[in-house]
Design a binder for this molecule. Structure first.
Ligand SMILES: [Fe+2]
Ligand SMILES: [Fe+2]
Length: 316
């Protein structure tokens, strides 16, 4: 079991523990030699690390996706924590425990799944309901859906993150057809529940959360499209237009092409899924940012939120 977690390591602390390597870059020094920069992680966060000297052995053994025992000292570079590495070598299998490297949703996964199944049961259109049942009636798929993270780093990067993200979006979506009578509530709910289904395959999360091989090459929008398309191909009576609209919701859910969607939303249900996806992701980013900065009034600039986050005083 680990003793030193990234979130708690203070500047000046001597470090000797196991970390997951999520980035590895060899850079050139001014004198022509090489140095190594790394990103290390555990379930509490990321640390930038740097190794200046005697990097030859490290170069031979350190790869992205591996677990390493690292010794060094936590330093500071331009006001940011940076681990100065003396020694890094592959960790023993016995030293690697999933609980040290993957955090879990604060919600009970079984309860969330029951709630999500309630939303599925409320879908009246028999074709859409049949499609959802084709996914969630498969116990192996349901297990993967309830375990998968919702992201690798920016938000919901923990076990159960996908299920939490999807279920909270479904709670928010419930009221839309009541307020806007023209909305097809069944299409909205089905598209919403399946919008990130590709994340079941986009990530690996057996010992640490990272992108899978296919996830890196294809991404969850394409993979989700494929998964739904495969199911639709086996449902001969499924209305063609409804199927196209559902696939469009998946393709358009990132809203803009620069965020990975090949199409922008072309009808209201697709726009609402994009909107709720963005809303829930940002709400989670604010929450996670506050949790990671317990002693600050203002955080560093948060790239994805495009601002420094203000942290209110806790009530006494
Ligand atoms: Fe997504
Ligand atoms: Fe999403």
């Amino acid at each position: 079991m680990k003793r030193q977690f990234i979130k708690d390591i203070k500047t000046g602390t001597q470090v000797d523990d196991v970390f997951y390597c999520s980035r590895r870059d060899v850079r050139e020094r001014r004198d022509g030699g090489a140095f190594l920069t790394l990103e290390l992680r555990d379930k509490t966060g990321f640390a930038n690390a740097i190794m200046w000297d005697r990097i030859e052995d490290a170069l031979k053994c350190v790869e992205v996706g591996g677990f390493y025992r690292v010794t060094g000292r936590m330093g500071d570079y331009q006001g940011k924590a940076q681990l100065n590495v003396n020694l890094i070598y592959p960790a023993d299998k016995a030293e690697i425990s999933r609980d040290d490297f993957i955090a879990a949703s604060r919600y009970d996964r079984a309860e969330l799944m029951t709630e999500l199944r309630g939303f599925i049961a409320a879908v009246k259109n028999p074709h859409l309901r049949g499609l959802l049942d084709a996914f969630f009636g498969d116990a192996g798929f349901a297990e993967k859906f309830s375990l998968a993270p919702g992201g690798a780093r920016v938000h919901h990067a923990y076990l159960g993150g996908l299920l939490e993200h999807t279920t909270l979006m479904a709670r928010l979506a419930r009221s839309f057809p009541e307020v806007y009578k023209e909305i097809d509530g069944d299409l909205l709910m089905t598209g919403l529940i399946l919008h990130d289904v590709g994340k079941v395959r986009e990530y690996v999360y057996d010992v640490a959360i990272d992108h899978s091989y296919d996830g890196r090459l294809l991404g969850h929008i394409t993979m989700g499209y494929e998964m739904v398309q495969d199911k639709l191909a086996g449902m001969k009576d499924f209305p063609v237009e409804l199927g196209r609209m559902l696939l469009h919701i998946i393709l358009a859910h990132h809203g803009q092409m620069e965020f990975g969607s090949p199409k922008t939303p072309k009808f209201a249900e697709a726009f609402i899924v994009y909107f709720l996806d963005n809303l829930d992701a940002r709400a989670a980013m604010f929450r996670e940012t506050v949790e990671k900065n317990p002693n600050a009034k203002w955080t560093d600039f948060q790239q994805y939120l495009e601002t420094n986050v203000y942290i209110p005083d806790k009530p006494a």
